[in-house]
Write a protein that binds this ligand. Structure first.
Ligand SMILES: Cc1cc2nc3c(=O)[nH]c(=O)nc-3n(C[C@H](O)[C@H](O)[C@H](O)COP(=O)(O)OP(=O)(O)OC[C@H]3O[C@@H](n4cnc5c(N)ncnc54)[C@H](O)[C@@H]3O)c2cc1C
Length: 426
């Protein structure tokens, strides 16, 4: 029988750590959390989510904004085709932005009412034997638990991976401000604006970027120039210059700058963690970020309770070792089907990263031309493997020849990813 002071020790205080700590405490487990920062400190990012996802979770009250007028622009890019260029693709789906304070409190309240124990410090060492896991902080404090869950973000402190591939990184440069005229329609949300009439021919051959934008209400707008994913990542200065050109071309001037997001980096295709290790991971640390959209929060909310239940169940055996508990957790977190889907998504991302700007625009026109359930399920990772393959096949057969050729030619690690789809390892 283990003498650990907690059942689970969660590392981190981001969305992943708080969500799994809340879910574990709901299962009546003794939970400790160790984080560098104060768990009530405001998170640096903003978190978007599709309306249907948040409704399915019954958490619409945690949104700060919700848009019905949701569109993208994938126009043809020729200066002569201005009308077509400015034709939006309507998504006919609501999109929301979390009130990040409310989301954080939603989890913190659950943790506090279940008496989670909070520790401040930087985890530096981990020792796991057959009955107990011990984490040591930079100040020499030791905390013991039956299981350690590393939720310390994209560069996890203890989790390891068997693969060592270059990581595609999404980069963004964003501003919130007021403009001399509205940069988008009142009450509008733009998922992707791939119009490039502000770029000259040679600039159009450079890695494409798009605008993610929303009306925040009260005359304020959020505009973010984004690179979908590249290895090595696109420079923030390039994104900043692109956004300026885009605004200049439309006669838009910033009247007041309320907030500037300087240099946000989001790793998109992190390799799977080693699923044999005797500790668990959750969130960005455990490669749970969607490789196509970069989103995570919906999946944390959907999957945390299921994982917590599996952990609670195996912990009913007082002699279960940390390795056995972690094994049960990994099976729930990364089952065969999900690993195969991950390989397909990563394969798709590899393709998109090679596409030129006009190929990318044609690709997205076809993608959002899929039945709404298919593209939505693709972007939220809620399709079964069979449904995902069917969606990708429909998309392939409906695409132009230019896009099909781009999807067919195998380069770099694409074959390896297809192999992982057929025979998922870890
Ligand atoms: C620019 C950007 C935009 C995004 N937009 C969205 C979006 O719209 N929707 C969406 O769903 N997702 C989005 N994401 C993805 C994802 O939701 C976030 O990246 C999320 O913050 C990841 O959560 P996490 O808890 O795994 O890691 P983090 O938020 O990085 O938290 C890690 C925690 O671990 C702590 N920590 C680190 N090292 C140690 C250590 N040694 N000891 C103790 N504690 C430690 C840190 O202090 C921190 O508290 C976005 C990401 C980025 C970068």
């Amino acid at each position: 029988m283990s003498k650990a002071s907690a059942d689970a020790l969660v590392l981190g205080a981001g969305p992943a750590a708080l969500s799994i700590a809340a879910a574990l405490s709901k299962e009546n487990l003794r939970v400790d959390v160790l984080a560098k920062n104060d768990p009530s400190e405001t998170w640096p990012y903003t978190y978007g989510i599709w309306g249907e996802e948040v409704d399915g979770l019954g958490l619409n009250h945690l949104l700060e904004h919700r848009w019905e007028n949701t569109v993208s622009f994938f126009g043809p890019g020729s200066k002569n085709a201005e009308a077509e260029e400015n034709q939006p693709t309507p998504h006919h789906r609501d999109y929301g932005l979390f009130d990040k304070k409310k989301l954080q409190l939603y989890w913190l309240d659950q943790c506090n009412s279940a008496k989670v124990t909070w520790h401040r410090g930087v985890a530096t060492d981990l020792d796991i034997n057959s009955s107990i896991s011990t984490v040591t902080t930079s100040e020499g404090k030791k905390i013991t638990a039956r299981l350690v869950i590393d939720a310390s973000g994209y560069e996890p402190v203890f989790l390891s991976s068997k693969q060592n591939e270059p990581i595609a990184v999404q980069t963004c440069y964003g501003i919130v401000g007021r403009f001399n005229k509205p940069p988008l329609e009142n009450g509008q949300f733009i998922l992707m604006d791939y119009r490039c009439d502000h770029l000259n021919n040679s600039e159009r051959k450079e890695p494409p970027t798009f605008l993610y934008a929303m009306d925040m209400g009260g005359g304020s707008f959020f505009l973010e120039e984004t690179s979908l994913g590249l290895a090595p990542p696109l420079e923030i200065d390039t994104l900043k210059a692109r956004l300026k050109k885009r605004l200049d071309n439309r006669g838009l001037k910033i009247v007041s700058l309320e907030h500037e997001e300087l240099g946000l980096f989001l790793p998109m295709n992190k390799p799977l963690p080693d699923l044999d290790q005797p500790l668990l991971g959750f969130g960005g640390a455990a490669a749970m970020v969607h490789p196509a959209s970069g989103y995570l929060v919906g999946s944390l909310l959907r999957r945390g309770p299921e994982l917590a239940k599996a952990i609670a169940q195996v912990m009913q055996d007082p002699n279960a070792s940390p390795a056995e508990i972690a094994q049960s957790g990994w099976k729930v977190l990364w089952p065969n089907e999900l690993r195969r889907k991950q390989a397909l998504y990563q394969f798709g991302l590899e393709k998109l990263m090679r596409f030129e700007e006009n190929q990318l625009r044609e690709f997205f026109t076809s993608f959002f031309g899929l039945p709404s359930e298919q593209w939505y399920g693709f972007l939220t990772n809620t399709l079964s493997l069979g449904e995902l393959v069917a969606a990708m096949w429909t998309m392939f057969t409906g695409a132009s020849w230019k896009v099909r050729w781009g999807l067919m030619g195998m380069q770099g690690r694409e074959l390896k990813l297809l192999w992982q789809f057929l025979r998922p390892g870890n």
